[in-house]
Design a protein around this ligand. Structure first.
Ligand SMILES: [Zn+2]
Length: 244
């Protein structure tokens, strides 16, 4: 996207590295000044107004208002149930339609960020606030790429945009999600785990890892039956209570 193609983009591109860090500094100080919950360490809360301000400031400083012109009031929402990704761009499958698009961010992820450094999208940052902003930037690139080309993914084109606007050099959200943390502790689907339930030690097999871990424990009176007719009882256990 260098040369001719970049001149066709409806915003200045690429930005100088100094401009990118200056944009980020301005955005973060504006958000922190207006939302004490977001400014705290660890982050306690985030207001809807802060999410929309983040969108507007990123759009104004980095994309010359392109998002507003294309999407109008693009919703930015948070979800506490999103545990496998830090952010997500939801878009309409109808080509050319910008209604129904949304950027969704995980508060489950946000509120668990403690102390840096955090490594994401090829950058290393120190604060949870900056890590959150960089997750948002990644989703903004999805929104911009979708608006420009009608589709978006982690292609070379995506990376060119992400690098030119935000200095990202990778597209991995290399931040610990719950399932990544659980995997590091040996808690993965299929693994045998032990835990204590009503003072009794139980052993079972991990079926699913989310906010809680679903464990199937052999039990002759269990409500679940596998293909071989063995019965199980299902437990949802907090990952911290499991011994691999
Ligand atoms: Zn992505």
């Amino acid at each position: 996207m260098s040369g001719r193609a970049s001149r066709a983009l409806p915003f200045p591109f690429p930005l100088a590295p100094g401009q990118i860090s200056e944009n980020r500094r301005q955005i973060l100080s504006a958000l922190a000044a207006s939302d004490p919950g977001f400014a705290s360490l660890p982050i306690r809360s985030i207001r809807t107004a802060t999410l929309l301000r983040m969108r507007d400031e990123v759009d104004r400083l980095c994309l010359g208002g392109f998002l507003l012109r294309t999407y109008g009031d693009l919703p930015v929402t948070v979800s506490s149930r999103m545990t496998s990704a830090a952010g997500k761009f939801v878009y309409s499958r109808q080509p050319g339609s910008f209604s129904g698009c949304e950027i969704r961010l995980s508060t489950d992820f946000l509120f668990r960020l403690r102390k840096g450094p955090f490594h994401l999208n090829g950058l290393t940052v120190q604060t949870p606030q900056e890590a959150f902003l960089i997750v948002f930037e990644h989703e903004v690139i999805h929104a911009a790429e979708y608006a420009l080309f009608g589709r978006t993914g982690h292609s070379k084109r995506f990376l060119t945009l992400a690098h030119g606007l935000f200095g990202h050099t990778e597209t991995v959200h290399a931040l610990p999600t719950r399932s990544a943390e659980a995997a590091a502790a040996g808690i993965v689907p299929g693994a045998q785990v032990r835990f204590v339930f009503e003072d009794r030690p139980l052993t079972g097999t991990v079926a699913r890892v989310g906010k809680t871990v679903t464990v199937m424990v052999p039990d002759p009176w269990g409500a679940y039956r596998d293909a071989r007719g063995r019965r199980y009882r299902k437990f949802r256990v907090s990952p911290g209570l499991l011994i691999p």
